[in-house]
Write a protein that binds this ligand. Structure first.
Ligand code: SAJ
Length: 413
């Protein structure tokens, strides 16, 4: 059986490799020439634990154009535009690209995250021809990806999956295909339910993180420590409040819930408020920074962490850059991140030379191993602001640092 995968990004490459490792003939398609070239010369353009080993044992071919196949899987990105509306350009053009190749009995699967109704209302009409009807002559299914960057291969294998068919027969066929590597349960439903279920997974996280951020804000007002409040509340067997932070990044949690708001704006006010709450965290963080510094201008501030989360090199939608924008108007700002080339050229200790405040924005493992004694000596004022509750307060205060924690109740009026 031959599988044609459209979109060789964070989802397409691991998925293509996984199918290749199960003995399928796989052709990967992308419009980016450099990506196609890299894959054909056995170099993967993304980093993911265990992936390059699997790929070198089970490589697949890449091409700029689709080929005749039995299965087509669309794994392209779905960003939002400046008005927070979904941009389906890539899904539409991928559907147009494969349409001429689809024949009787083929199976088309959309993995991209999309607003409810997209599979039926947008993709289906592009693929159908007069004598080739979806659900009759070929199958069409939405099977949302669910893997977490950083642990993709493991999650591809072990996570449960949802197959949302425009017909049940198609969903069952897709289930059989994915059973070749998925060890979790595979559930069969209709396409719109699958689209909405995927969005609700990320929405759950958006709303929960917003609640944690609200606890941080409330705690600053009440003069208590949000982290202790959350830790204690989570001792209840049915409570699991997530963690506050300087903002929410990545291409999913701050983006996907807008697809629901777009389709049902009146009914989704809790979701909208949660997105806005998370979006306001960089400004809240900067306010707290000014509070620690006792002023808003003329300081030298060193920020630790450019990525959207720990131990990755991915900087998409990272709140760090909002914080930089707000601070650098009237202050000197340096940024250090060992995972991102652009921000690791300069030595960390050079970045901190005579600075007034060190701000930890990302909980990269490397930040635990910093020589804080050395920093203490070279900083103008040894002050540390931890937005992730990551650094051991006792160990740095013993060195003479003044330690501040986001949401610890010490924000003064
Ligand atoms: N964050 C917090 N507090 C927390 C947890 C996370 O502020 O308690 C922040 C992180 O720092 C980061 C952002 O949220 O900036 C998102 O990170 P994440 O680790 O929650 O999620 P992603 O975007 O890397 O991946 C998510 C996953 N979805 C869920 O866990 C429900 C993943 O499984 C999805 O496949 C992915 O979105 C996607 O592609 O939709």
């Amino acid at each position: 059986m031959k599988i044609c995968i459209i979109g060789l990004g964070y989802i397409g490459i691991p998925t293509a490799t996984m199918f290749a490792s199960k003995g399928y003939e796989v052709i990967g398609v992308d419009i980016r020439e450099n990506v196609v070239k890299a894959i054909n010369s056995k170099h993967l353009p993304i980093e993911e634990k265990g992936l390059s080993e699997l790929f070198s044992n089970h490589p697949f071919k890449a091409s700029l154009t689709p080929e005749i196949a039995d299965v087509f899987i669309i794994c392209v990105g779905t960003p939002t535009d400046e008005n927070r509306k979904v941009d389906l350009t890539a899904v539409i053009s991928a559907s147009r690209d494969i349409a001429p190749y689809i024949k009787r009995n083929d199976l088309v699967i959309l993995e991209s995250t999309v607003p409810p109704g997209t599979t039926n209302d947008i993709v289906l009409p592009i693929l159908e021809k007069e004598n080739l009807k979806a659900g009759v002559d070929f199958n069409l299914v939405h099977s949302p990806e669910r893997v977490i960057p950083g642990n993709m291969l493991q999650e591809l294998l072990s996570n449960d999956r949802i197959m949302g068919g425009i017909t049940r027969e198609g969903a069952v066929r897709a289930k059989e295909l994915y059973s070749s590597f998925v060890k979790g349960q595979i559930y069969v439903t209709d396409a719109k339910t699958a689209e909405t279920a995927k969005l609700m997974e990320n929405t759950f996280r958006t709303v929960n993180i917003a609640l944690a951020n609200e606890v941080a804000m409330i705690s600053e007002t009440l003069g208590i420590n949000a982290w202790e409040v959350i830790e204690l509340a989570n001792k209840h067997p049915r409570v699991n409040i997530h963690s506050p932070g300087p903002g929410v990044g990545g291409h999913c949690i701050p983006v996907d819930p807008w697809f629901i708001v777009e389709k049902a704006p009146e009914e989704s006010q809790l979701i909208r408020m949660s997105l806005e709450k998370n979006h306001s965290m960089p400004a809240f963080t900067v306010n707290r920074i000014f509070n620690i510094l006792g002023g808003e201008k003329g300081f030298k501030i060193c920020l630790l962490g450019a990525t959207y989360k720990a131990n990755t090199d991915d900087i998409r939608e990272s709140p760090t850059f909002d914080i930089v924008r707000l601070l650098e108007k009237e202050n000197q700002v340096t940024l250090y991140d060992p995972h991102v080339n652009e921000y690791s050229e300069k030595d960390l200790y050079d970045c901190c030379e005579s600075c007034d405040l060190l701000v930890l924005l990302v909980d990269h493992q490397q930040f635990k191993d910093i020589d804080y004694l050395k920093l203490h000596k070279i900083m103008k004022k040894p002050q540390l602001f931890d937005t992730k509750n990551f650094i051991n307060r006792k160990s740095v205060t013993e060195l003479g640092f003044s330690y501040h924690l986001l949401g610890d109740g010490s924000l003064k009026d």
